[in-house]
Design a protein around this ligand. Sequence first.
Ligand code: FDP
Length: 356
Amino acid sequence: MSHALSDAPASSGALASVMTLEQFILDRRDRFPQSTRAFARLLRDVSVAAKIINHNIRRAGILDVMGKTGTVNVQDEKQKKLDEIADRELERALRRGGECCLIGSEEQPETVSLSPHGNFQERFAVFFDPLDGSSNTDVNASVGTIFSVYTLPEDIDEEDSLDVTLRPGAEQVAAGYVAYGSSTMFVFTTGNGVNGFTLDPGIGEFLLTHPDLQIPQERAMYSINEADIEDFSPKLRAFLQWLKTKDPDTGARIRARYIGSFVSDFHRNLLTGGLYMYPARTNYPNGKLRLMYEANPMAFLVEQAGGRASTGHQRVLDLQPEGVHQRTPLFIGSAPLVEAAEAYLQDREEEVPRVA
Ligand code: FDP
């Protein structure tokens, strides 16, 4: 993996040798499925919102924006002030940009039409989780933003917009996330591989640092909230036991990492290889993660990076969504590990692939 960004402080000289997100989007315009100026602007708007959200997160302890607002969102989860800020900034950026006609956010009960008179000339719909893993913000741990982009048919009107927008993840035209960690990264795909950009705070630009990301196939890490083990199925428990068994030839064993922030756990596993799981459990029969703005965009990304995403029984990107806030069990990461999980959950243990 080449890292184009030098350690030197950004200067006009350093800038000449690296590619900004904006340059990248303009350069690759002809490779996007939607090779339109509007699509390039849409991506730029999301990245601008990400910078503003990042700015707020970095000042969280200072400006008293941490902690709960006292309200609950549509999923009965306590909302955080930063959740609200992130939601507002994304909506504002997309509204101002004018390319997006419809948004669906984790923080809003219904999809929102951004076209004031039902005039859907702009054709993009964007689903997003403005601040994923936000229970981590109070303890200074990493969080993220996830987004998923669809195009809408030209002839729809406001009445049927939701139905036509709820399309399987395989129809996404772009997806990505922003990881607010020790650095801030913008990682996205338009169906032509996955590229990662790191924010240089000195110049306020995302710079290409992780071109053409591919997920390693080793069983480096597994990520699951194992405190819930009593609520897992016997098949899943058997799979977890398999995961922890040392390789008989090499003695190699997998490591466990669970931040409890999907973006952060996914990002780490994308770089190191591994498997993130949020399975069905007794009190969450469909798991906890949301299809439209968590599972689908990450499934698109991981497949583009050579990995796999499954419910345990079927490809996530083939699911036909029934609601904006629908949940799905999720097994996502290095392909051999996801295949092994599927084999256990479907009683095909004899087909478990060998994973180095
Ligand atoms: P959060 O509720 O803090 O937004 O999306 C939901 C999510 O975080 C994921 O980011 C995270 O992986 C998961 O929930 C953590 O849930 P558990 O506490 O049940 O493990």
